[in-house]
Design a protein. Structure first.
Length: 141
């Protein structure tokens, strides 16, 4: 991510924001249709100018979608339930620990339901433990 020499309070064009977030411009336009909270100012000719708070929101959305594995519906739910503060808190980096692979999981359904990556890992571990207990019970009977 590159930083321009503009002030932190300055408005940014779509090309500057796209470059800063490392996403194509069309993705930002698409996110405007999916997240009503993203409302850049539009000037003559439809040029978009993003406020610093718009850029912060977009940065959080990008982290949730690309880094944390949320779906668009999952991020929409987070925004509806808690607004920008919850999205910014959820976009904080999670500790990297491998999830157990022993139990079947439905990550897409979990993410769509608004379950965080850490919660999904914990639930997957519990499923693995329950599967082991079930196998023990089956072998005892």
């Amino acid at each position: 991510m590159r930083r321009s020499s503009k002030s932190a309070a300055a408005f940014r064009t779509i090309s500057e924001v796209a470059s800063d977030l490392d996403v194509p411009q069309h993705v930002l336009r698409f996110w405007e249709t999916k997240f009503t909270q993203v409302r850049p100012m539009k000037r003559g000719g439809g040029r978009r100018y993003y406020r610093p708070e718009d850029v912060d929101l977009l940065r959080s959305i990008r982290a949730l979608l690309y880094d944390d594995g949320y779906t668009i519906k999952g991020v929409q739910k987070l925004l509806r339930e808690g607004g920008l503060k919850s999205v910014a808190a959820d976009a904080s980096p999670a500790p990297a620990s491998p999830a157990p692979v022993s139990a079947p999981a439905a990550p897409q359904a979990a993410v769509a339901a608004g379950i965080s990556v850490d919660q999904r890992k914990e639930l997957t571990a519990i499923l693995g433990e329950l599967d082991a207990v079930r196998k023990l019970l089956d072998s005892a009977s």
